[in-house]
Design a protein around this ligand. Structure first.
Ligand code: F6P
Length: 355
């Protein structure tokens, strides 16, 4: 049985680990004896693009041996959408799946990548999904690859900013990724003690941000850190975009909100303010311990699902256990922050009181 593995959408730490553990588990000679099926594994390059223009690579245990230590994806990735209404290449993908003798595809990705997998499943292709998104907005699982490494980057960079912010008595506005969901800003901001956290789920008011900063004027605190998701919006403003371009899934390139906020703060309060856009740094570097562990568990579970013929489903981590959910249920809505539970809409910060 031929397994094809691919990674789609934005890269992140943890992808290489998942590829390694799918390969290693599928080819494990001890497990092979216990199963009634023998596997071989190929890697599809550059996400779904690699099934439009094919150039697969054979994977074995020796090739993937050290991959779990490294960030990015050694298979490459793309935002190619074979079901793009402007350029539908899904027939070509179906042909190439047959030509390459692929029996099952393990798609590692977020909502877009798994959405394609789900559509292919409806056409009879056997697929299994592994959740990946640094934004943390995928439903059906308590964890998706890349999130923890990204939160660690945010925390480390804010630690660095504090010394310079403190030395100059400045406000720093830190822009994180997070297109629709504010998990990165919320968790990154909470673990690094940010004074204000702004998220897409709650439109913020610039006057309120300034009033919160004014509350600290004259107190012993000399500086403040504000963390803002790239997808946050103001009551009077729509999304901040870098340009007018849209990708094959119809998404625009977000960015620019931190610069706007920094300027508005200086203008309204006179506090000296700087901004930092963490951007793709959040997707770079080596995977955190949590991402290595989850990549391993997800990879092993994906092969288990193939053995038990649980196709059309995504591996999921729920309440501390590995399980799976139908792929179609994870691609039609997003995991957004529950404001009542986790966000203080007055103080613009995290909320975790159990009272
Ligand atoms: O995949 C989600 C994401 O991390 C978003 O938060 C961000 O807007 C986007 O990727 C940026 O991706 P790229 O610039 O690599 O296309």
């Amino acid at each position: 049985m031929r397994i094809a593995v691919l990674t789609g959408g934005g890269d992140c730490p943890g992808l290489n680990g998942a590829i390694k553990w799918v390969t290693k588990t599928a080819l494990d000679p001890v497990l092979e004896k216990k199963r009634s099926v023998k596997f071989d594994v190929i890697g599809i390059k550059d996400g779904w693009r690699g099934l439009v223009e094919v150039d697969p690579a054979r994977l074995d245990e020796e090739i993937v041996r050290t991959w779990d230590r490294y960030g990015g994806t050694n298979l490459g990735t793309s935002r190619t959408n074979p079901f793009n209404p402007k350029k539908d290449t899904s027939e070509k993908v179906m042909e190439n799946i047959a030509k390459l003798g692929i029996d099952v595809i393990v798609a590692i990705g977020g909502e877009d990548t798994l959405g394609v997998a789900s559509k292919l499943y409806r056409r009879g292709v056997k697929v299994v999904g592994i959740p990946k998104t640094i934004d943390g907005d995928l439903v059906g699982t308590d964890y998706s690859l890349g999130f923890d490494s990204a939160v660690n980057v945010i925390m480390e960079e804010i630690d660095r900013l504090r010394t310079t912010a403190g030395s100059h008595n400045r406000i720093f506005v830190v822009e994180t990724m997070g297109r629709h969901a504010g998990w990165l800003a919320l968790h990154g901001g909470e673990c690094s003690g940010a004074y204000i956290i702004l998220i897409p789920e709650h439109s913020f008011d610039m006057q309120r941000v300034c009033a919160l900063l004014e509350e600290r004027r004259g107190r012993e605190i000399q500086y403040s850190i504000i963390v803002v998701s790239e997808g946050a919006t103001m009551t009077v403003h729509q999304e901040f975009c870098k340009d007018d371009k849209v990708d094959e899934f119809g998404h625009r390139s977000l960015g620019g909100i931190a610069a706007y906020i920094a300027q508005a703060i200086e203008g309204k309060t006179g506090f000296e303010t700087r901004y930092v856009v963490l951007s793709h740094l959040q997707r770079g570097g080596a995977p955190s311990a949590r991402d290595r562990l989850m990549a391993r568990w997800f990879g092993i579970a994906a092969v288990d699902m193939i053995v038990s013929e649980d196709f059309g489903r995504m591996v999921s981590y729920r309440h501390g256990e590995m399980t799976s959910v139908p792929m179609k249920d994870v691609t039609d809505h997003l995991n957004l922050i529950d404001l009542d539970k986790y966000y203080d809409t007055e103080r613009y910060n995290g909320k975790r009181s159990i009272l």
